[in-house]
Design a protein around this ligand. Structure first.
Ligand code: ATP
Ligand code: MG
Length: 420
């Protein structure tokens, strides 16, 4: 128990964190390129925010939230998604009073959902998300889709399918809801148990049910796209125009409805096809009414969330190598009595910006060599008795065995030269 992390959580080990840092730096760069700046919001919020913001008919609110009462008897919830917190932040700090759009991204935000842990499904995962407030034009939707697409391409993830759909707005969706319910009501006994429940709460979700029987059944269901109001249809046409112009492949998929209640008009997913089926790596859409639901201002917005674990999982399964940085540039070995000299040498190198270290565990010189080799340090420095007596250091380049003895004062220069 004490030495086991909670189910559905994962550690990132020191030897592996470079993989995270690599994708994070690509994500930051992609966001910056499109003018998005980082926002950081708390890990927990008032539960009410998610009830209102995510919608109480969603899977997340119905069964996945980590909710508890704090010592002040307030109900708080660990973030189950990134958008509601971003909206709360946008409103609390009156960011709408500044020139819009307000573009923000969050990176490595821990997200908590009480899910059944399995491949690609954790109880704590991390998301990169981008949100754009105050932009009603479809160019904003397209910019987000393109940024996510190019980022994943840049990371080497091929096989990407961009799936888009429009789920309309409060003007046209009720008409569709009614049609869909009419279609489903005669077929209720063939729906899975979950979908029978969804029928009243959120009939759209029946369309993206993963059960075969439901997928079969909804094949000929009416499509929202046929019932969009003029405004929504025009918006969707413009989005497609932008994507056509950018030349990325995409597919209109009427089954993409997304799990959250707050979406309007555009919804999209970036999906990869793997051996074990489809995996959604990024999902997002437009939420023109969410800001008003949480605050008072009516401000259109659009955004997406991308799971970092899923990005890494896909890179793994496609065999994409992430450049592994060297750990140490120099490892300093020494005869026991020269420990102070070795320590001083390490400090001297660190001051000069060289990643250096020495043995802290009392190893013999031979064991230090072995350890230095294991760390992969390209250069091993030696302070034996002779070197100590002469005020010198012996440097050995591990790749080709080349050795050089230099004065202590010249070590940093010599290391840089040997490593270049
Ligand atoms: P799914 O249909 O797979 O449950 P979702 O609709 O719940 O996905 P979103 O809320 O859109 O997912 O979250 C955005 C992204 O976060 C997903 O595309 C995925 O990459 C990632 N994600 C979501 N839930 C998990 C999880 N439990 N573990 C790991 N990553 C997740
Ligand atoms: Mg989910």
């Amino acid at each position: 128990m004490l030495t086991q992390a909670p189910r559905g959580t994962r550690d990132v080990l020191p030897a592996d964190s470079y993989r995270w840092q690599f994708i994070e730096s690509k994500m930051r760069a992609a966001a910056a390129l499109a003018g998005y700046r980082e926002v950081r919001t708390p890990v927990f919020e008032h539960t009410e925010l998610f009830l209102r913001g995510v919608g109480d008919t969603t899977d997340i609110v119905q069964k996945e939230m980590y909710t508890f009462e704090d010592k002040g008897k307030r109900s708080v919830t660990l973030k189950p998604e990134g958008t509601a917190g971003a909206v709360r932040c946008f409103l609390e700090h009156n960011l709408y009073a500044e020139p819009l759009p307000c573009k923000m991204y969050y990176l490595n935000a821990p997200i908590f959902r009480y899910e059944n842990p399995q491949s690609g499904r954790l109880r704590e995962h991390h998301q990169f998300g981008m949100e754009c407030f105050g932009a009603r034009e479809a160019t904003a939707d397209a910019e987000l889709i393109l940024t996510a697409y190019h980022l994943l391409q840049d990371l080497g993830i091929g096989n990407l399918s961009v799936e888009i759909n429009s789920i309309g707005c409060p003007n046209c969706r009720p008409v569709y809801h009614a049609r869909l319910k009419e279609y489903l009501s005669g077929r209720m006994n063939k729906l899975c148990a979950t979908c029978r429940e969804r029928f009243d709460r959120n009939p759209l979700r029946v369309l993206d049910c993963k059960e075969k029987q439901c997928q079969e059944l909804t094949k000929d269901a009416p499509s929202m796209l046929d019932l969009l109001c003029d405004e929504c249809r025009e918006h969707f046409e413009q989005l497609k125009g932008c994507l056509d112009q950018a030349g990325i492949p995409y597919r209109v998929n009427a089954r993409i409805v997304r799990g959250l209640d707050y979406y309007t008009k555009t919804v999209f997913e970036l999906v990869t096809r793997t051996e074990d089926g489809n995996l959604t790596v990024c999902g997002g859409g437009r939420y023109d009414n969410l800001v008003e639901q949480i605050g008072e201002q009516s401000i259109p917005a659009v955004g997406f969330g991308m799971g970092l674990e899923r990005v890494l999982m896909l890179m793994d399964s496609e065999g994409i190598e992430i450049p592994k940085p060297t750990w140490y540039e120099v490892f300093v070995t020494y005869m026991g009595e020269n420990r102070p000299a070795a320590f001083a040498l390490v400090q001297q190198m660190r001051k000069a910006g060289i990643r250096a270290d020495l043995d802290h565990c009392g190893r013999s010189l031979k064991a230090q060599f072995k350890y230095a080799n294991k760390t992969g340090a390209p250069i091993t420095a030696v302070i034996g008795d002779e070197e100590a007596a002469n005020g010198t250091v012996k440097l050995k380049r591990m790749a080709d065995g080349e050795e050089k003895t230099v004065a202590v004062a010249d070590v940093c220069e010599a290391v840089k030269e040997m490593n270049s």
